[in-house]
Design a protein around this ligand. Structure first.
Ligand code: SF4
Length: 635
């Protein structure tokens, strides 16, 4: 049973022409061209709702369970409407998949144009490439390979580079807004980035990602990168919140600072000065002093600031930060008066781009020390990373005021936007008001296809918790009925459990893999190729895993995925709810965990023929009152 609130403007209850036309297209053109196509009521309903929103304007929140065919449900009305549309999805992989599969198929049935839009740093800059001065033999070889590729490529997109891995010199030869000569550039006619921008302008459908969508929304109207569109679709809309927050927040990291300083000046292994300021010896001591000061600052952060604890009021190391900002300001002034004009035009352009980054760094340093309403600050001191972070508590204001108003119609869709048809959590987080809503369950027969089993007596807070969990994983995977995915919520528990059972899994003839030992993509490729894989995965495996058949038929949910209550963003959000008189558990933690549980659960059944078992190793699903809401969320 789905939940559909018809848009208020469609009072007649009649299907619009566009809805009818889209349905006909789906039932005839698509059905006859696609082998094995089966009509799905949920897909038709979503298609109609998308057509209504395109016709009348407004926002549609459309939750569509696995197997609905939501991509065709929004693409077909867009294509038939003839409106220019922007489709945003979470990752570049998903962009490529949408273009190469769904859009390519639909374009074989109906004429329209589409193209992928990526951030500027994905495209080659010929000016920087030909001005590049390799510093050693490795750079010379890399440069040669990139030049050869640049001569042949049609689109200059690094993803096409034959080595499938970004060359080491890429950030010094890719397109960069701050180092671009624009209309004065001698390479403008062959410039990949501007050629791509022209294609973006001309295309009927532009496929972008959430990060570029957020960056675009931050720019003034005359500086927008993406062309205006009448319609916007945000696919994987459940992830928009975190991507937008990352873009509009601050991430001041030790590594990031070092990278900026090293681009200005760095001593290589042979003691030779390299970098943009290597021709200005009078500035060497200033840069070196700045590096020392920054190093001391980060040492003090590690010594005196607690990892992932909310920073309230004025920042304790405010004086040190302001000393750093002063040193950067003084270096900027010295460079302005003494170092510019010493270089070739190309060198100077790159130096100016670095100076802009240095200026932006100084600005962020200036913002961080004081508390800002609606933002939360914390430090991250983990492994090799030390950073100061500032993030909006909710990106709702930004999305409502800067992002959505540019589009007459917007569809936000995902498999997880509601808790049993209630969209209020996601609407609050994303700043959505007055939207039409549609919640469509998966058309698969989940009750028949999945057996849910609950294992009791595993408490991961207790010392023996990982050992009991390891026993369950070993026993279930050893049944050898297909691949197993164990989803964890804590790295420490995952590592401990891995230590306890990975050898046993190998001895049982299985192929265990744990997140981090190779790329997620590689692990999933291996899983798809056989039926003996056992993957131990954290956050990124709770979503986006699409493995059909016996390659994955056992999903182990090690713990109900409540967010860690001490995480800064969670602390700030729960405080805000409490201030407004709400109940943080009921209004935030529980629905958030249910959405994530649904995401994880959705990894198992990817087609109507898939079957499998979900083993939940958290008895709270039975013993707590709220437990049944998790089960209701997946029925
Ligand atoms: S126009 Fe800008 S991005 Fe293009 S080649 Fe010239 S400098 Fe590079």
């Amino acid at each position: 049973m789905g939940y559909y609130t018809p848009p208020v403007y469609n009072t007649s209850g009649m299907k619009s022409d566009l809805a009818q036309e889209s349905e006909n297209f789906l039932r005839h053109a698509v059905a006859s061209a696609m082998s094995g196509y089966e009509p799905r009521d949920s897909q038709t309903r979503m298609l109609e709702a998308c057509a209504e929103i395109l016709d009348s304007g407004g926002i549609l929140m459309a939750e569509a369970g696995t197997g609905t065919g939501k991509t065709f449900a929004y693409l077909i009305p867009i294509i038939l409407s003839g409106k220019k549309a922007l489709i945003s999805t979470r990752t570049i992989n998903l962009q490529e998949q949408l273009a190469s599969k769904d859009l390519a198929f639909l374009a074989s049935l109906k004429k329209f144009s589409y193209v992928i839009a990526k951030g500027r740093g994905h495209y080659i800059c010929l000016r920087r490439l030909y001005a590049f001065q390799p510093a050693d033999t490795e750079e010379t070889a890399e440069h040669k390979r990139v030049v050869e590729w640049a001569d042949e490529t049609d689109n200059g997109d690094i993803e096409e580079f034959s080595l499938h891995k970004k060359p080491l010199i890429w950030d010094r030869v890719c397109s960069d807004a701050d180092a671009c000569r624009g209309k004065k550039c001698g390479y403008l006619r062959g410039c990949s980035y501007f050629a791509a921008r022209r294609k973006w302008e001309a295309a009927d459908i532009l496929v972008t990602n959430h990060a570029l969508l957020a960056v675009n929304a931050m720019l003034d109207d005359d500086k927008k990168l993406l062309p205006p569109s009448e319609a916007l679709v945000i696919d994987e809309a459940h992830s928009l919140d975190s991507v937008v927050s990352d873009q509009i927040g601050i991430d001041l990291s030790e590594g990031g600072m070092e990278r900026i300083f090293n681009k200005l000046l760095k001593v290589d292994q042979r003691g030779v000065y390299k970098g943009h300021l290597s021709k200005s010896p009078e500035l060497f001591s200033d840069v070196e002093e700045l590096k020392v000061k920054a190093g001391l600052f980060w040492t003090r952060v590690r010594a005196s600031v607690e990892n992932r604890r909310v920073i309230k009021g004025g920042f304790a190391l405010k004086e040190e930060l302001s000393g750093l900002a002063d040193s950067i300001a003084s270096l900027l002034e010295k460079i302005r008066t003494s170092a510019l004009n010493l270089f070739t035009e190309d060198e100077e352009l790159d130096l100016k781009a670095e100076l802009l980054r240095l200026r932006a760094l100084r600005e962020e340093i200036g913002i961080f020390p004081e508390e800002q309403a609606g933002y939360v600050r914390w430090a991250e001191i983990e492994g090799n990373r030390t950073a100061l972070r500032m993030s909006p508590i909710y990106p709702s204001g930004f999305i409502r005021e800067n992002l959505l108003p540019h589009y007459a119609s917007a569809v936000l869709t995902s498999a997880t936007l509601s808790v049993s048809g209630d969209f209020s959590l996601m609407e609050d987080i994303l700043g959505i008001t007055g939207a039409a809503r549609l919640a469509l369950p998966s058309p698969f027969d989940i009750k028949k296809q999945v057996r849910v089993e609950i294992r009791k007596g595993i408490d991961l807070q207790q010392d023996n918790g990982p050992a009991r969990l390891a026993e369950v994983i070993l026993k279930e995977a050893s049944r050898k009925k297909g691949g197993t995915l164990a989803l964890f919520t804590s790295r420490a528990v995952m590592s401990r459990t891995w230590q306890l059972c990975s050898e046993g899994l190998k001895t049982a003839g299985l192929n265990p893999m744990t997140q981090g030992e190779m790329s997620n993509r590689k692990m999933l490729e291996i899983m798809r190729a056989g039926t003996d894989s056992v993957i131990f995965g954290l956050d990124s495996f709770w979503e986006g895993v699409d493995v059909k058949g016996d390659a994955l038929n056992c999903l182990i949910i090690t713990k109900l995925p409540f967010e860690v209550p001490t995480e800064p963003l969670v602390v700030a959000r729960t405080e805000e709810i409490r201030k407004k008189g709400g109940n943080p558990f009921r209004d935030y933690s529980l629905p958030r965990a249910i959405l994530k549980f649904k995401q994880g659960f959705g990894r198992l059944i990817r087609s109507k023929d898939d079957t499998g078992r979900v083993i939940v190793c958290d008895e709270r699903i039975l013993t707590k009152n709220y437990g049944r809401q998790f089960l209701a969320g997946i029925e």
